[in-house]
Design a protein around this ligand. Structure first.
Ligand code: F0G
Length: 458
């Protein structure tokens, strides 16, 4: 499974991982109620639960931790962080937060009125929850190809500009801002084109509505623009990033992804209108505006990570590794969302296990099998995560269109050999359908049930 570009680093420190025996894996699944969120990470061999906060830091970031200035106010790491965000994204106002959802909380708890609408290509769960908890309505306007597992389109994360235009025309005064999530995590890590950002900007401008970008995976998105969009191949990633963000009024960011850090985030804005209110709220929930819930050393690690992530050898390896992993699975007949996204490979659970009815949660069944067979942790993004009780048919559920299993690849952590092993295990499960058992829910919380639900194999 060769990726196109080799790793632009060598290993300086190793962290042992172990594969416990099958009987121990069985026992640990049983104790966790067949929910992989309940398994201790020491009992996981390859952990593909998320690419968030799981990056390996560079020697320069570790050295940066020693330069932490832990002064309550005005610490030097903040000024370096602020300068870095200004340079890369071009927004003068920079508000640090300890992770992305706090930037969303500041934004929506301040600017939304009950009944307001927030369009997005696809809201990530925490973005949607922050809109809804503040009385807003979160709408997803990704293009139709973005909703189909195997529709081939280079920019499946694009906003449907016709639907956005109609929404803004019909709801004048009710849309405080439009968002664009890059890459589109909930839609398979698919990118948004520069042309589509320009188009979204133009629709927003005509209706006088600000555009904010959810920038979690901004560098991976820019890499796809350079690779796939006409006229972009000669530009540097940094230049593309600057242009993309010059079209927006601000961004929310979780530095746990393309910040190459284990914690951190920010909200950045062009205009100062909302800034004072955000800072006042920040002081209430996170801390003083020069640390925003982070240690000074964490700000340093994020600032260095934001600079490193723009390295093009790094991005060629990163996106190449995820693509090669997904293509290796596709070659052995595993149904994956295509084209392969930037940070993860998504398996289509219903196509993988057609013998299981959708009500038996095939994606969750596969997630359980991957742990049992190989000590691998993935995450179901399907019926368990999004299923809702069906008001017309008591005891039944309304299930989402897609029942996916996400294999998120942490940055700079696993080698291609690790991913070959994962592909082998998945291939084995695929060849022996009897290793998959349908799943029933035996206990669930009223909201965000997937984190704590308990299951039983059928
Ligand atoms: N926006 C997107 C697109 C995300 O993927 C995430 C987190 C957030 C916002 C929230 O950031 O976790 O720092 O508060 N995604 C993680 C994931 C949790 O596994 O995809 P956060």
């Amino acid at each position: 499974m060769p990726s196109l570009s080799p790793e632009p680093w060598r290993v300086k420190v190793v962290e042992p991982i172990r594969r416990i025996g099958r009987a121990a894996r069985e026992e640990s699944l049983r104790r966790a109620g067949y929910n992989v969120f309940g398994i201790a990470s020491e009992d996981i061999y390859i952990d593909l639960l998320t690419d968030s906060g799981t990056s390996a830091m560079s020697d320069s970031q570790w050295a940066g931790l020693m330069r932490g200035d832990e002064s309550y106010a005005g610490g030097r790491n903040f000024y370096f962080f602020e300068e870095t965000v200004r340079q890369i994204f071009g927004f003068p106002h920079v508000i640090p937060t300890h992770q992305g959802r706090v930037a969303e909380n500041l934004l929506f708890s301040t600017v939304l009125k009950p009944g307001d609408i927030v369009p997005n290509n696809t809201h990530f769960d925490t973005t949607r929850a922050n809109v809804e908890v503040n009385g807003g309505v979160a709408l997803d306007f990704v293009i139709p190809e973005g909703r189909q597992a195997r529709a081939r389109h280079p920019f499946k994360g694009n906003m449907d500009l016709g639907r956005l235009e109609r929404c803004l025309a019909e709801n004048a005064g009710r849309v405080p801002l439009v968002m664009l999530t890059m890459t589109n995590n909930s839609g398979g890590g698919q990118p948004v084109s520069l042309e589509n950002v320009r188009g979204t900007r133009e629709v927003c401008r005509r209706h006088g509505v600000p555009l904010l970008i959810d920038a979690c995976r901004f560098a991976e998105n820019a890499w796809f623009i350079r690779e796939r969009e006409a006229g972009q191949s000669g530009r540097s990633v940094a230049e593309i990033v600057r242009e993309v963000f010059s079209l927006a009024d601000g961004c929310t960011m979780s530095a746990k992804k393309d910040g190459l850090a284990n914690i951190g985030g920010f909200l950045a804005l062009r205009d100062e209108t909302w800034v004072e209110r955000f800072k006042n709220k920040l002081i209430l929930i996170e801390g003083f505006p020069t640390y925003g819930g982070l240690a000074g050393r964490d700000l340093e690690a994020v600032a260095l990570g934001l600079r490193e992530v723009l390295n093009e050898e790094y991005l060629a390896f990163r996106v190449g590794q995820v693509t090669a992993f997904g293509e290796a699975l596709a070659r052995i007949g595993v149904p994956v969302v295509e084209p392969i996204g930037g940070h993860a490979v998504y398996i289509d659970g219903r196509a993988f296990a057609p013998q299981l009815p959708p009500e038996q949660y095939p994606g969750q069944a596969l997630t359980v099998a991957l742990y049992l067979e190989g000590g691998i942790r993935a995450v179901e993004i399907g019926g368990v995560m999004f299923g809702k009780p069906d008001p017309e048919h008591p005891g039944r559920e309304i299930l989402p269109d897609l029942d996916l299993v996400r294999l998120a690849v942490p940055r700079r952590v696993y080698t291609n050999t690790h991913l070959e092993y994962v592909a082998d295990v998945i291939g084995g499960v695929h060849r022996s359908p009897q290793s998959l058992r349908g799943i029933r829910i035996v206990h669930q919380a009223p909201v965000l049930r997937h984190f704590t639900a308990r299951f039983e194999p059928i």
